[in-house]
Design a protein around this ligand. Structure first.
Ligand code: IMP
Ligand code: MG
Length: 174
């Protein structure tokens, strides 16, 4: 069985989400952004973040897959559930659980820009720079974590551990 090593507590997360929510509320005054959550990993973060925003928003979800059931990106992104709302002329705020290689984000940014979005910004719970392969700009990051495979608060390993209220490093013992 892999070991769960605590990385971020519930309080750490609550504090950082509040801080980022204040920045977003300030930056998007009078703009009513369309917040697009990337399923499944972002569902808990998005739910907490939205309730802390002091601005009006609309919400949609997209589901993409690039990992299969492993811990490394396959490099090929495919949409498994698309958004239903029109992004043309809208200010888009993509909400991700974690940015790793950045390949998923690059794909989404290109797609929304091509579809005529007025602006596209990125908000992620965790910015993990170790394996970055693109130069995507992350506008809002709650936490920067150097390395390791993380689970909990929406993040999974092979669909497990999403329900954990805090974030853990999943350590595989050989
Ligand atoms: P990227 O395309 O490599 O940036 O991968 C982004 C997606 O991979 C995230 O939205 C997560 O769903 C998944 N992912 C990347 N790193 C981790 C991790 O440490 N734990 C859980 N999921 C991860
Ligand atoms: Mg994800």
């Amino acid at each position: 069985m892999p070991e769960l090593i605590p990385v971020l507590s519930e309080t750490d997360i609550e504090t950082s989400v509040s801080r980022i929510a204040d920045r977003i509320s300030n930056d998007y005054k009078n703009q009513k952004p369309l917040v697009i959550g990337v399923l499944k990993g972002a569902f808990i973060f998005l739910a907490d973040l939205l309730r802390k925003l002091a601005i009006e928003t609309q919400v949609d979800f997209i589901s993409v897959s690039s990992y299969g059931s492993g811990t490394e990106t396959s490099g090929k992104v495919s949409i498994t559930k698309d958004i239903r709302m029109d992004v043309a002329n809208r200010h888009i705020l993509i909400v991700e659980d974690i940015v790793d290689s950045g390949i998923t984000l690059q794909f989404l940014i290109n797609r929304f820009q091509k579809a005529g979005a007025a602006s596209v910004r990125i908000c992620t719970l965790i910015d993990k720079k170790e394996r970055r392969q693109t130069d995507v700009r992350i506008d809002y990051a709650c936490h920067e974590i150097a390395e390791g495979f993380l689970v909990g608060y929406g993040l999974d390993y092979a669909e497990n551990y999403r329900h954990l209220p805090a974030i853990y490093h999943l350590k595989f013992n050989e």
